[in-house]
Design a protein around this ligand. Structure first.
Ligand code: 6GU
Length: 224
C-alpha cells in the first residue's frame, strides 16, 4: 500500500511514522508513506497557499491551485483508489472504515488547515471526506496520522500473531477483555485465578465473557 499525505505542516507528521509498528511496516516494505509539503506548490515568490475568503469572514482558506498541482502530479504517476480530505464535517471514522481503506492500493490524504480548503477542491478532486470525531483539531494532520495508523496495522504482515488485529477492541464489535502481566500478586491485588490456572478453554470462555460484560457496561451501543 502507498499513502501520499499532502500537508502544509509535514513535520507534524514525521514522528508518527518514525517509531514502533508504523516504522516497522515501512521498513518491511508493506507500506510507503510519502509526505508532500504543500508549500512546495505555492504561488509566487512567497509560495502562497492560502488567501482571504470571498464574502468576508475570519480565517484563511487554502487555495485550489497548489493542491491541484500536487494531486495532478501524483495522479500522473499512478492510479489512486481514494483522494481523502480530512475535515471535521466528514464521515465519522471507525473500524469498519479502517478495514475498508486497508484494502486500497494507493490513497491520497489531504490535510486541511485554517478555515479549510476552497470548496472547489472538494467538488473536483476529493472522493471521500473523513472526520475522526466530534471535536475540532487545528488541522487535519493529527487526524491523518490516526487514520494511517488504524489502516496500516491491518495490513498483512504488520502485526505478528501475538498482537493480531483480530483480537482488538472493535474488530468483532466487542471491547477487549482486561489483560494482566507479572507479578500475579501485586501488593495483595491478585490476577484472576483462571488466567494462571492453565486451562485454555476456561481462559477463552472467561475472556469472551469479560469482553461481553465490558461492552455491555461501557458501550451498549455496540451490541446488536
Ligand atoms: Cl479530520 N480535522 C480537523 N481539523 N478536526 C477534526 C477532524 C479532522 N476530525 C475531528 N476533528
Amino acid at each position: 500500500m502507498r499513502i501520499d499525505i499532502i500537508t502544509a505542516l509535514p513535520t507534524l507528521l514525521e514522528s508518527p511514522f518514525s517509531d514502533s509498528i508504523l516504522q516497522r511496516a515501512i521498513k518491511k516494505g508493506i507500506v510507503e508513506v510519502h509526505l508532500h509539503n504543500l508549500r512546495d506548490y505555492g504561488i509566487g515568490k512567497h509560495k502562497q497557499i492560502d488567501d482571504y475568503q470571498f464574502g468576508g469572514g475570519a480565517g484563511m482558506v487554502m487555495m485550489i491551485a497548489p493542491i491541484e498541482q500536487c494531486i495532478t502530479e501524483l495522479k500522473a504517476a499512478r492510479k489512486y483508489d481514494e483522494v481523502i480530505y480530512m475535515t471535521p464535517d466528514g464521515d465519522r471514522f471507525d473500524q469498519r472504515a479502517a478495514n475498508a481503506l486497508s484494502l486500497c492500493q494507493n490513497i491520497i490524504i489531504l490535510c486541511g488547515h485554517y478555515k479549510g480548503v476552497d470548496q472547489r477542491v472538494r467538488d473536483l478532486f476529493i472522493t471521500k471526506e473523513i472526520s475522526i470525531g466530534d471535536y475540532v483539531l487545528s488541522g487535519g494532520e493529527l487526524a491523518a496520522a490516526v487514520v494511517s495508523d488504524a489502516v496500516i496495522r491491518l495490513l498483512p504482515g504488520v502485526l505478528n500473531n501475538e498482537t493480531s488485529a483480530l483480537t482488538d477492541s472493535f474488530q468483532d464489535n466487542l471491547l477487549a477483555p482486561p489483560v494482566y502481566t507479572r507479578p500475579a500478586d501485586y501488593k495483595g491485588h491478585k490476577v484472576p485465578d483462571v488466567l494462571t490456572g492453565g486451562n485454555f478453554a476456561d481462559i477463552d470462555a472467561w475472556r469472551e465473557e469479560q469482553a461481553w460484560q465490558r461492552t455491555k457496561d461501557r458501550r451498549p451501543d455496540l451490541l446488536p
